[in-house]
Write a protein that binds this ligand. Structure first.
Ligand code: BG6
Length: 463
């Protein structure tokens, strides 16, 4: 067992998926509040009602022995219109949450932005406008001014790569244009603004709050070639660059990944930049790499893959690669491949490329858990999933990877991005479903008791 002393065991949530109270105490609307959720899935107005249950929920996290709790701040609770007036009740709420964590010795880890752009900014064009850089920097300044002395760990943008590649699925808005190349250009223009915003915020953090630590939080997982045929290997390198390295090369080294750059250039889709942008990106350095991991993926070269036309960058790019399923991996009930060894491979790869400490900010299994009559939830599949991943993380650490913490998704049940409340991830069951708001009572799942032992033994007892 190789987990270092002080390893940050804990769990994660995001504001828009857990808090609810979407119109309470001066909160403005975010893009998640106004979107039409897929049929049969819950709206994001009540969620797990963490807003009113945070004391009880954090007490349960403390009972599990959490060393950290990673949560996001809703931009619209702090600045209801994205810019302008600060909402004192929003500040108060998050100060209460932070204080509650500290009461139990839990380190709060804050994500500044997790898929919930203020609708007022989206209406003006959102991340497509250069002004979005200043808007995010302004929001981050407010967060540092209020919470910079009581929060040590900060994450900038959750899964910027998924926002870029899957915006329409996670409800953050996809760009639309009849011309595919124009679409591509707009997509990467938004991405460039996020990269610039992130760079400035990391710099601001280090200048003004030298005791704080900050990093990006993309979703990183290795892309495998479907065979050892050289064309498949090239296809895997292409998708690795587009899915993973673009985001970390920019955040850590301040450079644009050359494979992505040449692809954008070929399609006349290079983002517009201002003088000095690349220099600014180079000046900003993260203290660690936070990343979310669920599963790897597998690609075939475009020529040989015999699948449907890809609908998004995540599924493939004409002429480059196509995502195919991996015949060696089992799947969750929701069809997600399970690959613990891929987790170890991903940790190794990130560490060899960037040599920065890593923080695993999401990993977990979504399932339709059943609340038994005796109040128990026997989520053995989740225990199995987490155990297998922890074993591989342990091995990666013993092979020299620096890992600071492990924060599974999710600390408590919450609403999935697009598959509703029935797709549960938590250690703590919340009594509601997609249609019916139940008692909202909290129950400890079997994984709750199991994870408690894992934390108490610093990862030695995984039984
Ligand atoms: C990550 C997101 O992509 O995966 C979370 O950061 C999300 O917000 C999680 O909930 C699981 O995905 P899903 O689609 O099952 O909710």
């Amino acid at each position: 067992m190789s987990f270092p002393d002080g390893f940050l065991w804990g769990g994660s949530t995001s504001a828009y998926q857990s808090e609810g109270a979407s119109e309470e105490d001066g909160k403005g609307k975010s893009v998640q509040d106004v979107k039409e959720p897929p049929e049969g899935t819950a709206r994001f107005d009540i969620c797990s009602d963490f807003y009113h249950h945070y004391k009880e929920d954090i007490a349960l996290m403390a009972e599990m022995g959490f060393k950290e709790y990673r949560f996001s701040i809703a931009w619209t609770r702090i600045l209801p219109n994205g810019t302008g007036n600060i909402n004192p009740k929003g500040i108060k709420f998050y100060q209460n949450v932070i204080d509650e964590c500290h009461k139990y010795g839990i380190e709060p880890i804050i994500t500044m932005f997790h898929f919930d752009l203020p609708e007022a900014l989206e209406e003006k064009g959102g991340w497509l406008r250069r002004a979005s850089v200043d808007e995010f920097v302004n929001y981050a300044r407010v967060l540092f001014n209020y919470f910079g002395n009581s929060v040590k760990y900060w994450l900038t943008i959750n899964e910027q790569n998924m926002l870029t590649m899957q915006g329409s699925i996670i409800g953050t808005g996809a760009v639309e244009d009849e011309d595919e190349d124009v679409c591509l250009k707009k997509t990467y223009q938004k991405n460039h603004h996020m990269l610039m915003a992130q760079a400035r915020v990391m710099k601001m953090c280090h200048t003004n709050f030298p005791d704080c630590k900050i990093g990006p939080a993309p979703n990183i997982s290795l892309v495998y070639p479907v065979t050892c045929k050289p064309d498949d290997v090239l296809a895997a390198q292409d998708f690795n660059a587009i899915r993973n390295w673009l985001y970390l090369d920019a955040a850590v080294k301040g450079i644009y990944n050359p494979i992505v750059w040449s692809y954008l250039k070929k399609h006349n889709a290079l983002p517009e930049m201002e003088n000095g942008d690349l220099e600014e990106m180079k000046e900003a350095k993260p203290d660690f790499i936070a990343f979310n991991y669920y599963n790897t993926c597998c690609v075939a070269s475009w020529k040989d893959a015999n699948e449907l036309e890809p609908q998004s960058l995540m599924q493939g790019i004409r002429g480059m690669y196509r995502v195919v399923s991996n015949p060696y991996l089992p799947k969750t009930a929701f069809g997600w491949e399970i690959d613990p060894e891929g987790f170890r491979a991903t940790l190794r790869e990130i560490y060899s490329r960037y040599h920065l400490p890593m923080m695993v900010t999401e990993n977990g299994l979504g399932a339709e858990d059943v609340l038994e009559n005796d109040g128990r939830i026997h989520d053995t599949y989740r225990i199995q999933y987490l155990r297998d991943h922890i074993v591989q993380m342990d091995k990666a650490i013993s092979e020299g990877c620096e890992v600071m913490g492990y924060s599974p998704w999710s600390a408590i049940d919450l609403i999935s991005t697009h598959e509703g409340f029935r797709k549960r991830y938590g250690f703590i069951y919340v009594d509601r479903d997609d249609v019916k708001i139940g008692s909202m009572k909290r129950y400890r799942k079997d994984s709750f008791y199991w994870y408690k032992k894992v934390i108490a033994s610093n990862g030695a007892d995984l039984k």
